[in-house]
Design a protein around this ligand. Sequence first.
Ligand SMILES: [Fe+2]
Length: 387
Amino acid sequence: MAYDRDLNFIYRNPTRLVYGENSINEVEQEIVSLKCSKAFLVTDKGVVNAGLAERVEKVLGKKLVGTFDGCIQDSDLRIINEVSGIAKSKGADVLVSVGGGSVIDTTKGIAIVLKEGGKIEDYKGQQCLSRPQTPHIVIPTTAGTGSEVTYFAVIKDQVNHQKHPYCDDNIIPNVGILDPTMTEGLPPMLTATTGMDAFSHALESMHATQCQPVADAMAISAIQLITEYLPKCVENGKDLFARGQQLLASTMAGIAFNNGQVAMVHALAHTVGGMFKVPHGLANSIFLPHVVRFNADVCGDRYTLIAKAMGLDMKDINDENSGEAVAAAITALTRKMGVPQKLSEVGVPEDSLAQVAENSLSDGAIVYNPKPVFDAEEVLGVIKQAW
Ligand SMILES: [Fe+2]
């Protein structure tokens, strides 16, 4: 699947990136550059307990007008509505999120309500906003979601247990501060699974139907870096060089899928995440090799590029067998890091597989799969392999 001759695409990447060890010290200057002065910090208890929120609070000094540290896994719309009110009462004019995907997505929601008023539910859907939202600086403490550069936020209605996508160019964060010292304390298994989320973003942006050359360049670099440095981060979390390379890879993979989209791996991961709370990166990691095999006959040339990026010996690899080579290399990579390999090991019951297949067909990511999927039976075959 080379690019079509009538290729046309839009590439978006408005986020200013500030990289380096201890680059959180730049946050105050970034606030000034945004012409803001009253920062409201959004985080969660895990980040607080790791001492990371305090580090940022200290740097913010007098510019800090308040902190909310009650974000929960899966961004919650009630929290967004409540915290927007608190931030407003403090006169906040810029939001600083410190955390992983759920914290960042919660803050994207707060940025909307703080600017537009009303409730977050009023802005559900695609490209509903007509102007830039409250300025938002992201300091990631995991290296996987890429949410610091994306136009998506997934927000959950915890009452009805429904997840709603919010997709809008106006919620792309203004600044991402990529400081490897902020990911240093992440435990090995979380490092591995969140890291594989980034790998999935890169790979999926390359096989998805919206793949495009500029995003591909980002994805190829991300795959190179993750294959080399993610196992090093897992082995020795204090290796700040490796942490930095993985953080860069995560952001580049985020830029890649913000443009090229994600596909069946994510549709399945979202589904088992919603049904059985399988962590997102772990679910992606399990599904990846099986989805690659499923798609191999329609995008062998894409997988040849990925095999090269993974540093495989290309002597016997061609477009016919590259899918199998990439699938096997992903399994070897995740095994080396001790990541579970099967759905049966992570709490997905065998009698639910048909329902997983059915539900995945209504996930938005499935439409970008390189091999069109309309039939739950086809997906079920992939899920059974992963089980
Ligand atoms: Fe993801």
